[in-house]
Write a protein of this length. Structure first.
Length: 483
């Protein structure tokens, strides 16, 4: 079932349920209230009519006494109740088999006639004899209308006055019921329209996002997802999908660049290997062959470094956090750089530079920064210190610096101004720094005492951050995928 149909169904059912419950409650409350008012009217009418009726006179009446003054006066009183009031009929009878004693004119019920139509209300008549008055439930008359009887005991005797009143209040109630039904149908139509409009406002953007997802799945990355001018979750979803598309395009571009760069970087060592292998096979001089083999090993080492650099960039960065002295990683990187102190100057604090980091990964960071600097400079200065709770590693050189056009992209993969190299060293540095929860920045100018060159600073969270923060102080692994 589509979203539109679900919305319409839910809103329609809700509208029907709400209308039915509200209508039923309103109708029931109104009916009970009006029926209570009718009962009150019956009691008041019977109470007014019974005034002036003498129980001793009416109980003494017998067949043939219709011409007596007592009978005539009682009938006249009852006629006034019917004609000038709301009652449709009135009777006076006793408990001896419900024998009629007097009625209003027009009924032609002789004195002494048993009133059979009161037999179904024996309980209400008994209640009137006990409490003085009572009313019957609603009943349907021979004309199809609804009526009520009210009974009133006369002067505490066996004589009872019965008054018949029509239940006309049900007619406006029927109109109210019809109005509630019409209102429910109108509410149902409005709810269905609102549901369709609301569902359309949700379904249309979802359909557009679904088509965009299919385009991405089929490889059509050039078409943007499209902006949904909304500030709700659908707008956020559209923005997220657009960022995902841009990310996929960026990764694809990086992959193509990486493959092209791999081919370019490997081609030169392979060409050298082919040349040296040919020369080694042609020479008979052992010393020359030994020299050639050393050069072959050098080219193989260069190939290994290229492959290792690409593999490092291609796989997720995993760091094993330990509480270590960062000076050891810096010194190890300087040693691997192969410098005897002529070109690299190291300035480290005399006390331990404790940080929670991966020593091998930090060694790679320092080594990449050193090699990056030594490609363009003849002097490199390394400094490490703690500033404002962060461990700051600074690597500066006296080279030409970074050009303005490359400053904003220097940490992107495959971005380099060197003739050799894949341009992955600084990208790997940024990846490792961020995996540690830190960052790497390019300084605005040269680091004193150099008058020119580039300055790179790596910021790592200090030990206090790990102790006071929410992270487990025990060693753990943090993984960051490729960006």
């Amino acid at each position: 079932m589509t979203i539109r149909r679900r919305f319409i169904l839910v809103f329609a059912l809700f509208s029907i349920a709400l209308g039915a419950i509200f209508g039923w409650l309103s109708y029931g409350i109104a009916r009970n209230s009006l029926e209570a008012q009718l009962d009150q009217l019956l009691r008041q009418t019977a109470g007014a009519a019974v005034t002036g009726i003498q129980a001793a006179i009416v109980l003494a009446l017998e067949p043939g006494y219709e011409d007596l003054d007592g009978f005539s006066s009682t009938v006249a009183r009852l006629n006034r109740l019917r004609v000038g009031g709301y009652a449709r009929g009135a009777w006076v009878f006793d408990q001896r088999g419900n024998t009629a004693l007097a009625t209003h004119a027009g009924d032609s019920i002789p004195i002494g006639t048993t009133l059979r139509f009161f037999e179904p209300y024996a309980d209400e008549i008994s209640l009137a004899m006990q409490s003085g008055e009572s009313t019957t439930p609603l009943f349907q008359g021979v004309d199809g209308g609804l009526y009520k009887y009210g009974f009133r005991q006369i002067d505490g005797s066996d004589a009872i006055l019965a008054v018949l009143i029509p239940a006309d209040f049900l007619e406006p109630l029927a109109r109210l019921r019809n109005l509630l039904l019409i209102g429910t149908l109108i509410g149902l139509a409005v709810a269905a329209w609102l549901a369709a409009a609301l569902a359309g406002g949700i379904a249309r953007p979802l359909e557009a996002l679904s088509r965009a997802a299919l385009r991405i799945q089929r490889g059509h990355m050039e078409t943007p997802v499209g902006t949904i001018e909304r500030e709700d979750e659908l707008g956020q979803l559209a923005d997220a999908m657009e960022r995902m598309r841009v990310g996929i395009v960026t990764r694809d571009e990086q992959l193509r660049l990486m493959l092209a760069q791999v081919a370019h970087e490997i081609r030169n060592p392979l060409g050298g290997l082919e040349l040296f292998a040919s020369a080694a096979s042609d020479t008979e001089d052992p010393e020359e062959r030994r020299s050639i083999m050393q050069r072959i090993r050098g080219e193989v080492g260069a190939l290994n470094r290229i492959i290792e650099e690409f593999l490092t960039f291609a796989r997720p960065t995993a760091v094993e956090l330990e509480r270590v002295d960062l000076r050891q990683s810096i010194e190890a990187a300087v040693f691997l750089a192969g410098d005897n102190g002529d070109r690299i100057e190291v300035e480290l604090p005399s006390e331990s530079l404790v940080a929670r980091c991966d020593p091998d990964q930090m060694k790679r960071v320092v080594l990449n920064l050193i090699r990056n600097a030594l490609h363009v400079a003849d002097r490199v200065r390394i400094r490490a210190e703690v500033l404002r709770g962060e461990v700051v590693l600074t690597v500066a050189d006296n080279g030409p610096g970074v050009s303005e056009e490359l400053r904003g992209r220097i940490f992107e993969p495959f971005v380099t101004d060197k003739e050799q190299g894949a341009g992955l060293g600084l990208a790997i540095v940024r990846r490792v720094a961020e995996a540690h929860g830190g960052r790497v920045e390019l300084g605005e100018g040269p680091e004193p005492p150099f008058e020119s060159g580039a300055t790179f600073r790596v910021y790592l969270p200090g030990l206090e951050h790990w102790i006071a923060g929410d992270r487990d102080p025990a060693a753990r692994t943090l993984s960051r995928g490729r960006e």
